[in-house]
Design a protein around this ligand. Structure first.
Ligand code: B12
Ligand code: SF4
Length: 472
């Protein structure tokens, strides 16, 4: 990727985090940015989650490489480590600008720069286009606040006269020209050798994420995906999806593909075409999974049969709650009777069904949580996970809780296993106990479910998950 005398040198950093222990998140954002930048730039990645790097080593790398920009990819779970590293880098190298992008800056918008003087710039939303635009200016030494204001790079956040400024416009573009993630740059092979594996695959040894669409038109009040990818569903070209799958299989030996779209089946015709093209590829011994879940109202018999034929074993859906009251509050637009009917359809296609549920949503009582556990047990799910509600910045429910002074800030920069919120009348400890109880009862009340989960090849992941549930 880097040339011998690049016009710009960019050092990407993917910081480690206590919530990244099971290596299930890849620095995909960095892989996409790298793939979509002009070849004349020199790019390096310091992946501190993959290989332990001390602060001294990082500072030495910076001294050696002399980057023109240091760029962090930042989620909520690594915000603390990003900020701590940026402070130390700034103290040692005050002239090197630091930029952050990713889910957390997208969710926070201007607040990320207001709270963190150690970050010089941020980009909210999809990064490929605005980052390339920003680097074009940096290359020409035109990054003064006036230059940036004039340039109007969508999603860019910067400071002018001590105030945070945001450029107008959305960063969401059609995906026809988007190059897929550069998996060699993020060293997928090294991730495999460290045991990276994600999703529910019966046989796969090497799994990789593939995105076929971006965007989600739904309004779930706990979700911040819209802030990153917007509401309009945009599809990649079928050819580029198929080529990416073939390349991953040929170059990295990938045999388990995780479609990580927010809403793979939203455009049901597109999803069917993807499946048909996968079937035509006739790849031996590969499996597919949608580990983020799909909207069940966008599933029909034909699609389910195509998914089965293409290599899906499990369908993940996210009813989130068994309480109609909570579902209304979540703006989930989910009909629980329809869930039961769709589960029958999924089973009829020879597929297993896994459910995601949230407990402890604002306004919930023990009765609501009990309804969720009962619904999960009785609706026909073969597997389920119950996570405690985690308020994410940039979501309507977070803003509502903040407005009402209901937010007990415990550890928001963490993952869903950490119980960082409990609704009025409950404690985080009680929610932890309820989560264990609900999970235990779900699996122990059905021999079929228990044996299905115990026989599963992803058992290593399941055990790690169970350990997290108990330890948190
Ligand atoms: C697939 C997915 C996962 C996968 C992992 C995918 C991976 N990267 O390997 C799995 C299922 C493992 C996962 C796990 C979690 N996830 Co998740 N996940 C997603 C999902 C659907 C897509 C993420 C993704 O990889 N997209 C593709 C890449 C290319 O996008 P990206 O990283 O955002 O990068 C783009 C931009 O952000 C930006 N960008 C990124 N970095 C940088 C850097 C710079 C310098 C610039 C300029 C731009 C930039 O440009 C990139 C290209 O456009 C998003 C929702 C969404 N639509 O984003 C939620 C989402 C990111 N996840 C979320 C959460 C909360 C989690 C968990 C913490 C939940 C949990 N179980 O506890 C865990 C992570 C912790 C853990 N250890 O398990 C939240 C994040 C909120 C936040 N502020 O951090 C999201 C937004 C969903 C939500 N509920 O709102 N997730
Ligand atoms: S939870 Fe899923 S369906 Fe709801 S808004 Fe987020 S991505 Fe869309």
């Amino acid at each position: 990727m880097s040339t011998s005398d690049p016009s710009l040198r960019i050092l990407f950093v993917w910081p480690d985090s206590p919530y990244l222990g099971i290596l299930d998140v890849l620095p995909l954002g960095i892989g996409y940015l790298a793939a979509n930048l002009p070849a004349r730039y020199g790019l390096r990645l310091c992946d501190m989650a993959l290989r332990p790097v001390s602060l001294e080593d990082l500072l030495a790398q910076i001294g050696d490489y002399h980057p023109h920009l240091i760029a962090f990819s930042t989620w909520g779970f690594n915000l603390n480590s990003t900020a701590a590293l940026a402070q130390r880098i700034k103290a040692a190298n005050p002239r090197i600008p630091i930029m952050v992008g990713g889910p957390e800056p997208s969710a926070q918008g201007e607040q990320i720069l207001a709270d963190h003087p150690e970050f010089d710039f941020a980009i909210a939303g999809e990064g490929e286009f605005p980052f390339a635009e920003f680097l074009r200016l940096l290359e020409q030494d035109r990054c003064s606040p006036d230059d940036l204001q004039r340039a109007c790079i969508p999603g860019l956040l910067f400071r002018k006269d001590g105030r945070v400024r945001a450029s107008e416009g959305t960063t969401w573009r059609e995906l026809s020209d988007l190059k897929p993630c550069d998996f060699a740059f993020i060293d997928l092979e090294a991730y495999f050798s460290k045991g990276y594996s994600y999703g529910f695959h019966a046989r796969a040894r090497r799994t990789a994420p593939v995105a076929t669409t971006r965007g989600c038109p739904y309004d779930c009040s706990f979700c911040s995906a819209r802030k990153i990818n917007g509401r309009k569903l945009r599809c990649r070209s079928l050819d580029s999806v198929v080529t990416e799958i073939q390349d991953l299989q040929r170059n990295f030996g990938v045999d388990g593909f995780n479609i990580i779209d927010d809403n793979f089946t939203f455009d049901i015709r597109f999803a069917k075409e993807v499946c048909r093209r996968i079937i035509q590829l006739d790849l031996p011994d590969v499996s597919f999974n949608c580990p983020n879940g799909v909207r069940l109202e966008r599933l029909d018999q034909e699609l389910l049969e195509l998914m089965k034929q293409a290599g899906w074993d499990w369908i993940f859906i996210a009813p989130e709650s068994g309480s109609e009251k909570t579902l209304r509050r979540m703006k989930k637009a989910m009909d629980l009777h329809a869930v039961v009917e769709k589960i029958k359809l999924i089973h009829a296609a020879g597929l297993h069904v896994f459910g995601f549920f949230i407990i402890g949503y604002p306004g919930e009582t023990r009765k609501d949580i009990g309804m969720t556990f009962r619904f999960a047990r009785r609706a026909g799910f073969d597997g389920a996970v119950f996570t405690a509600f985690h308020p994410l910045r940039g979501t309507p429910v977070y803003e509502e809780l903040e407005r009402n002074g209901e937010l007990r800030e415990t550890n928001l920069n963490s993952d869903y296993y950490e119980v960082s919120y409990a609704p009025a009348g409950m404690t985080p400890f009680e929610l932890r106990c309820l989560r264990l109880y609900g999970t235990g009862r779900f699996y122990l009340s059905s021999l079929k479910r228990l044996s299905l989960i115990l026989r599963h090849k992803s058992m290593g992941n399941i055990l790690l998950f169970a350990r997290k549930l108990i330890a948190s």
